[in-house]
Design a protein around this ligand. Structure first.
Ligand SMILES: NC(=O)c1ccc[n+]([C@@H]2O[C@H](COP(=O)([O-])OP(=O)(O)OC[C@H]3O[C@@H](n4cnc5c(N)ncnc54)[C@H](OP(=O)(O)O)[C@@H]3O)[C@@H](O)[C@H]2O)c1
Length: 271
């Protein structure tokens, strides 16, 4: 089955941008939802429709879905990919950064679900794909918003995939392992060996695009990609469960003992 129309969020970089390129080349009508305009990207893909919309805006997303439904232009595939990662739980817990991550990674997806589930049943299956993460199983304690947002997202999609099974709404999710993109902004805060291991288990962007596009042509509920990264997360989960203190954030990223003598958090909230 060829995808005729696809909506992708977060296409200015990384996985979203690669998906945009793939679907645009395949001849699909692509609707790209970004929070900012990138003139070079828009002039490179003149046939792609670019909507400048922050996925955190429930109102904006609802208006977009309603307009698409009214003009019979609703895509049959929604790839809800936009996401961010922040250090929000290092020297102290930073509520505003945590909230920004939850608003983007969780509500930035959920904002699409309410209007989609309100639509009357369609003639064709409509695939709604969330880009979750294997980090929902084993969290980085310093990026708590990321861990909890993906965990909640995964729970929501698991419920919906069962609840709407056999209907026109096909809920699917990708448990993505590491991919080298702009989102991995904490790299310089970890020792080199951690980055080396992460890179060794990373997927290529091309591989991710192929796997996600295959998923969109199926009714499979969950895709784990790449498979070899599952081993990494399993090993991390075992170590976190069995080795006292392993990757629990008991030291700050700067290596200081948490709440040890003379290590007061900066009241201004600067890491
Ligand atoms: N890379 C990995 O290792 C990895 C692993 C597992 C899961 N994932 C997931 O894969 C997805 C794509 O991430 P990526 O690795 O491709 O990262 P990326 O290169 O940083 O791309 C993230 C995209 O999301 C957009 N975005 C962020 N906030 C937005 C908002 N409020 N409204 C609209 N767009 C917004 C960004 O736009 P701007 O350019 O404007 O910031 C960018 O286009 C994310 O959901 C991420 O959690 C990634």
């Amino acid at each position: 089955m060829k995808v005729e129309r696809v909506l992708i969020t977060g296409t200015t970089s990384g996985v979203g941008r690669a998906l945009l390129e793939y679907y645009a080349k395949s001849g699909a009508q692509v609707l790209s939802v970004n929070r900012r305009q990138v003139p070079a990207l828009e002039s490179r893909y003149p046939h792609v429709r670019f909507e400048c919309l922050d996925v955190r805006s429930a109102e904006g997303v609802q208006k977009l879905v309603a307009e698409l439904a009214a003009s019979a232009e609703l895509p049959e595939v929604f790839i809800l990919n936009a996401g961010i990662n922040r250090v929000d739980n290092d020297e102290s817990f930073e509520l505003s950064s945590y909230r920004e991550v939850i608003d983007t990674n969780l509500y930035g997806v959920l904002n699409f679900i309410q209007p989609l589930t309100l639509l009357p049943r369609g003639q064709v299956p409509r695939h709604v794909i969330a880009i979750s993460s294997m980090a929902n199983y084993v969290g980085n304690p310093y990026g708590l918003g990321y861990h909890t947002s993906k965990r909640a997202l995964t729970t929501c999609f698991r419920v919906w995939s069962r609840m709407y099974a056999g209907t026109d709404l096909v809920f699917q999710q990708v448990m993505l392992g590491p991919v080298r993109t702009a989102i991995y902004s904490m790299a310089h805060r970890f020792p080199a060996w951690v980055i080396w291991i992460r890179d060794a288990f990373s997927a290529s962007i091309d591989g991710v695009v192929r796997a996600v596009s295959r998923l969109a042509r199926s009714r499979r509920k969950t895709l784990f990609y790449p498979w070899h990264a599952v081993l990494l997360y399993l090993a991390m989960w075992l170590c976190q469960s069995l080795v006292p203190g392993f990757f629990q954030g008991q030291k700050t990223l700067a290596g200081k003992l948490r709440r040890g003598e003379g290590s007061r958090p900066d009241p201004a909230g600067h890491a």
